[in-house]
Design a protein around this ligand. Structure first.
Ligand code: OOB
Length: 547
């Protein structure tokens, strides 16, 4: 029997008491939350998408059936299952089924491929993998076949849709446990509810343990700050496994408020504008590049967006110029969101003045979110100056899951070092200036420079590689790989193909490849990769500036 994951969240007892006494951690679990909503308004639609509509009562029942099916299949509280699903209603019933019985989902993004999934299975010790048979033209069942070969300890694959008999279908699991009623929850409020994945600054993503108590606190407060209630209709356009559309306030915040979640298969204006009109959507969250696409499309096609009231934008820096287009074109209140899967989430408030909404990335959810802004030597910067953001609080993790090395690098005295460079306004709002670390924020997708360098370095024609971010007018940042070739220079297209063939998310493939003879005189063996990347970035910006 797998060991129970238990309350191993890492907050010291005095903080647990403080957060409980302040009323942040109220002893709720996802299981009790759903049961309560189902009792409050059983017939209201909780989730609509993929031609299905699930009422709260139905969702509660499906969650019990899935939970019971997993228990009957030999799974236990504390087991981990990698969940790899697009925006379909089953995403919600599956995770609530797991929450109900204390099984811990590990969230993978639809863009992830075999290399990332194998890493999630191994680093979480998952006993099963659950995917949709097909999505966006990609065959996840074949990925599952390879995964089973590579991870002999993986016991089960569950598939939603046509599984061609090779794997267990979710429907069969549910049929076997039909009409089983389960108690609202087998999990305790301070148990780890799920493992979210980090943007990954060094190598592949790290796992982020979030508890019922800490996450539900963010849902309750996000719903309040974003003005959600039982009449709200949230469009989920971004991949719902991502922390932003999941909880800021996202689909979980909407369910917390008793509202309706509408799932879009893609974030394109075509799909989404239609859903906004037909489902009378009131809220939606987007990353800045998609916002730009939507703004342009709305100017051209003048869709009916009259029910929309609030648009959350976050995941990457939103320029004030784009922010100013939102109200005139969409007629909605813009809300900037600066958050991270590790915890801290900042919002501009709906009643903030226009300058605050356009020019800042908001202020923290909680009065107990502690913020430090430090210079390179670890000394607090004078008020208003930019520095490294560190934070701790009632929903910011105290450590990654099973990763002492990363914890040593990223946590100091309980504070999480975010890697962001920010400054604080006199009113306590954060303005994001950039990143200290070496990840590339490509349209909100985070790419680790080191991870991509390692793929490039494994190519026989590459002597050395350095991957840097380059400003991009549309994506915010794109990736550029500097390559020192070995004797025979490979072609750029071949290197991109090589990286893609490592079985990774497409967004990690370098956008641009530049061949150089050497990185720089001083570079060779004498400076850190970090300094080297900064030099190369500056060099590239200079060339672009001159041309
Ligand atoms: C969200 O979460 P992650 O974990 O994918 O990425 C976190 C990082 C932050 O450390 C920051 O570098 C960047 O994404 N970021 C922003 C931003 N929001 C996130 N940078 C500039 N401006 C913003 N508004 O991306 C995430 C999680 C919850 C809510 C919103 C975003």
């Amino acid at each position: 029997m797998a060991k129970h994951i238990g309350p191993q969240h890492g907050w010291p007892e005095e903080y647990v008491q403080r957060y409980q006494q302040a009323g942040y951690w109220r002893g709720e679990t996802f299981g009790t939350m759903l049961r309560e909503r189902a009792l409050e308004h059983p017939q209201r639609i909780a989730v609509a998408g993929n031609k299905q509509r699930l009422s709260y009562e139905q969702l509660d029942r499906d969650a019990s059936t899935i939970g019971a099916g997993l228990l009957a299949g030999g799974f236990n509280a504390g087991d981990r299952i990698v969940v790899h699903l697009p925006n379909i209603p089953e995403f919600v019933s599956v995770i609530f089924g797991m929450f109900r019985v204390g099984i811990v989902p590990v969230y993978a993004l639809p863009a992830h491929r075999i290399t990332e999934i194998e890493h999630f299975v191994n680093s979480s010790g998952a006993r099963a993998y659950l995917c949709a048979a097909e999505h966006g033209g990609f065959d996840y069942c074949s990925l599952a076949d390879t995964l089973k070969e590579r991870c002999p300890d993986l016991e089960q694959v569950f598939v939603i849709g046509e599984s061609s008999g090779r794997h267990t279908s979710l429907q069969a699991l549910m049929d076997g446990a039909a009409d089983t009623q389960l108690p609202a929850t087998a999990a305790a409020p301070q148990d780890i509810a799920f493992l979210q994945i980090s943007g990954g600054t060094t190598g592949l993503s790290k796992l982020i343990p979030r508890t019922h108590d800490d996450y539900i606190y963010t849902l309750r407060e996000s719903a309040r700050i974003c003005g959600l209630d039982a009449d709200s209709v949230m469009l989920c356009a971004l991949p719902m496994a991502h922390n932003f559309p999941m909880s800021s306030p996202g689909f979980l915040g909407t369910l917390y408020a008793g509202g309706r979640v509408v799932l879009s298969p893609t974030p394109t204006p075509q799909d989404c504008f239609e859903l906004i009109a037909s489902e009378k959507v009131t809220q939606c969250s987007l990353v800045p590049p998609l916002l730009m696409l939507w703004l342009d499309a709305a100017e051209r096609s003048k869709p009916d967006l009259s029910t929309l009231r609030v648009m959350q934008v976050g995941g990457a820096k939103l320029s004030a110029a784009v922010a100013r287009r939102v109200k005139p074109i969409f007629g909605v209140t813009l809300q900037q969101v600066f958050g991270m899967a590790e915890g801290l989430v900042n919002y501009t408030r709906l009643d903030d003045d226009q300058d605050t909404i356009m020019e800042t990335q908001g202020r923290p959810i909680s009065p107990d979110d502690e913020i430090l802004i430090l210079d390179d030597n670890g000394v607090p910067v004078p008020p208003g100056q930019a520095g490294h953001l560190l934070t701790r609080g009632p929903y910011t993790i105290r450590g990654y899951y099973n990763n002492p090395g990363a914890n040593q690098r990223s946590f100091e005295d309980g504070y999480y070092r975010t890697g962001d460079i920010v400054k604080l306004t006199p009113a306590g709002y954060l303005v994001v200036q950039g990143r200290a670390g070496d990840h590339i924020n490509r349209a909100g997708e985070k790419i680790s420079a080191e991870e991509v360098e390692n793929y490039l370095l494994s190519h026989p024609g590459v002597f050395d590689a350095a991957v840097v971010s380059v400003p991009d007018p549309y994506l915010g940042e794109r990736s550029c790989a500097f390559i020192i070739p070995k004797n025979e220079k490979p072609r750029a297209i071949e290197l991109k193909k090589w990286v893609r063939e490592q079985g990774i998310a497409e967004f990690k493939v370098p956008d641009q490849i530049v061949f150089v003879d050497t990185f720089s005189e001083t570079a060779v063996g004498k400076i850190s990769r970090k300094t080297l990347r900064a030099q190369l970035r500056a060099q590239l910006e200079q060339t672009q500036h001159n041309s």
